[in-house]
Ligand binder design. Sequence first.
Ligand code: UDP
Length: 238
Amino acid sequence: MSEAPVYRRVLLKLSGEGLMGDKDFGLCTETVNRIAEEVKTVHDMGVELCLVIGAGNIFRGMSAAASTIERTSADYMGMLATVMNALAMQSALEAKGVSTRVQSAIPMNTVCEPFIRRRAVRHLEKGRVVIFAAGTGNPFFTTDTAAALRAIEMSSDALLKGTQVDGVYSADPKKDASATRYERLSYQQVLAENLRVMDTSAIALARDNKLPILVFDLHTPGAFAQVVCGKGTFTTVE
Ligand code: UDP
C-alpha cells in the first residue's frame, strides 16, 4: 500500500453479527479470518490498533431479558459472549503472526488479562493489537458505548465503526433506491435525527470528548486500510 495512514492510533468496533457471515448464529470461520486479514493489513502499516467486538451473533441481553432471565444477568451473559468473540479474533490474528492481548472489563484471569489502561497503552506501544472484551463491564450498556469509552481512554485518534454498508444513509439503501450517503454528520444531527450510527450514549460520549467516528463497510476488502488513510467511502461523524 503506497498510501500513508492519517491516524496513529484507532479503535475498530465491529458488531458480533459482523462475524456471522451467512450463518444465523455464532461464528463463521472464513469471515473471522477475512476480518483478521484486514486488521493485519492496517497493523502492518504501523497503526496502533484496539478492537471492541459485540456479541449480537451469540447473545443480546435485551432480547433474552424478555424471557425469564433477569435483565442484569442477561446483560452479563451478553458481556461474557463478547469474550468468546474476542478470543476467536485473537486466535485468528495470532495465526497470521499478529501479536495480541485480550483485556476484559470483567476480570477472568485464567482466560485473559483484566482491563488495565496503562498496560493496554504499553501493549499498543509494543505493536500488539489490544482486544477489549466484556464491554464496559456494566449491564444496561452496549459494546458501542464500550468502544467509545475505550477509544477515549486510549487517546485514540478515531473510532472506526465497521458495518455492512459503506457509511450512514438517509434511508436503508437496500430497501430504498433513493437513499443517499452522508459524507459528514455532526453528533447533534445523529442524535436529533436518531440516525442509526451507534447508540446515543456512545454518540454523546464521542461528542463530549471530540472523538471522530468513521462509519465504513468492513466487508469490502481493503476498505479498513483505505479509511485509515483517509481514502475510500465512509461517513464521518464529528
Ligand atoms: N453488554 C452490556 N454492557 C456492556 C456491553 C454489552 O450489558 O457494556 C451486553 C448487552 O446485553 C448487549 C450484549 O452484551 O446486548 C452484546 O453487546 P451488543 O449488543 O453491543 O453487541 P453488538 O450489537 O455490537 O453485536
